[in-house]
Design a protein around this ligand. Sequence first.
Ligand code: FES
Ligand code: FES
Length: 167
Amino acid sequence: MKKELITLNINGDDHEIAVLPWHTLNEVLRDQLHLTGTKLGCGTGDCGACTVLIDGKSVSSCLTLAIEAEGVKITTIEGLAPEAIAAGDLESCELDPIQESFINKGAIQCGFCSPGMIMSSKFLLSHTPKPTEAEIRAGLSGNLCRCTGYNKIVDAIADAAEKINGA
Ligand code: FES
Ligand code: FES
């Protein structure tokens, strides 16, 4: 089957990409554009490791066809700290406040779930700037972590909310 040329707006830049109709957004991000911060876990919408933002809302990139993502704004974890990514230096460049809180609160162990957790948190804090603990846990209900036991992640999001919105 012939590939179709589509344009995806990712982290503010347009990318022209040849895709087959069944290619997922996750495949395009990771395999074609090498934006491997977005992970692939289950591939069935259950783990949240592949979460990105589409027009500001969290979605599973493993369940989104690339051709469905034309004409929208896609944000990946790389888009939260573009200068650090460009410089290859996460220590001295500015990170998103949620990323900083994940680091400062020890909310990352193996790190596989972290990009998806952070993107879901970004969406949560965009519509609920001062979330309760229950709201944070509900906001993360689509994201699985095998390492941390979740408490430090919840603390990190509460810390980020306080930094951003004075919660
Ligand atoms: S990889 Fe998409 S939800 Fe698990
Ligand atoms: S830190 Fe390992 S899966 Fe969450």
